[in-house]
Ligand binder design. Structure first.
Ligand code: OAD
Length: 263
């Protein structure tokens, strides 16, 4: 199959879809300058494995280390802007009856771009909370109301437990409402667009399997093959900042007409 055949197939499925689900991962934000989770970390953090830092045990053992790592990622997120992939998904939302984004990303860039229905499966790096969940202080904790540094986890003004980002760590359950909505959407969608995820972290990785099982067309966008590729009906290989605008352009131009022919 050529690239144009794949694009035709994707556009054809999207033009018929009533409900489109987008399952997104770190790759979508790569072109905004935020490194993906599993690629080599740079600079000071090169010797740490993110999977060893993003756990409740790591935070308990060394809250300042984990806090510093998240402050590093938070500074990247605050400097970043949505890229053409995020913007294309906003356009796509206008072209189909309903589009819901189910994201593993904690950077908030889908919403910043203008997507209106975003389910945060792994929480948000733009929110902070008491690690003991004491709820004695307004949650989420507004960092501008307390004094903190990049190197030391600040303490909850109510119970003194260290403050942490409101993200899901390895070994923790996902927020129940977000998870239930995500599986509901996955089981009902006509198209599941899987963008920029390695598809190795559960339960988010099961969303594309659920969609496929329920009869949806699964379209993957990724520069390299992933765990999702084997089950995808269409694999659009390339960076999402390039591929998604192309999908939207072709959908606008050819969505309800005859297939695109090779030029
Ligand atoms: P990963 O870092 O595992 O995978 C990123 C994926 O993005 C890879 O498949 C890359 O090939 C792909 N990619 C790279 N550049 C891209 C681009 N320009 N356009 C599109 N895709 C690109 O990130 P996730 O799958 O999101 O969880 O990881 C899932 C979860 O694992 C994270 O939410 C985090 C992590 O551990 C927790 O912290 C609980």
């Amino acid at each position: 199959m050529s690239w144009k055949d794949d694009l035709n197939k994707a556009v054809e499925a999207l033009s018929r879809a009533r409900l489109v689900a987008v399952s997104s991962g770190a790759g979508v934000s790569k072109e905004s300058g935020i490194p993906t989770f599993r690629e080599a970390q740079t600079g000071l953090w090169a010797r740490y494995d993110p999977e060893q830092l993003a756990t409740p045990a790591a935070f308990e053992r060394d809250p300042d280390l984990v806090w510093s790592w998240y402050m590093y990622r938070y500074s990247l997120v605050r400097q970043s802007q949505p890229n053409s992939g995020h913007h294309a998904l906003v356009e796509l939302e206008k072209l189909v009856p309903t589009l819901v984004i189910l994201t593993q990303n904690v950077d908030g860039l889908h919403r910043a771009a203008g997507s209106t229905d975003v389910v945060d499966l792994h929480g948000s790096l733009r929110r902070f909370k008491c690690s003991a969940n004491c709820r004695g202080f307004p949650t989420p904790i507004d960092l501008s109301t307390i004094s903190y540094s990049q190197e030391q986890a600040p303490h909850c003004p109510h119970c003194s437990a260290p403050i942490c980002p409101d993200v899901v760590w390895f070994g923790e359950p996902l927020p129940a409402d977000a998870l239930a909505r995500a599986f509901d959407v996955a089981s009902k969608c006509d198209v599941m667009l899987v963008v920029g995820t390695s598809g190795v972290v559960q339960p988010a990785a099961s969303l594309s399997y659920e969609a496929r099982r329920a009869g949806s067309t699964v379209i993957e966008v990724n520069p390299v093959a992933s765990q999702v590729t084997q089950l995808a009906h269409v694999f659009l290989q390339g960076p999402s900042g390039q591929v998604l605008p192309q999908v939207v352009d072709w959908l606008k131009a050819h969505g309800n007409s005859s297939p695109i022919t090779e030029v």
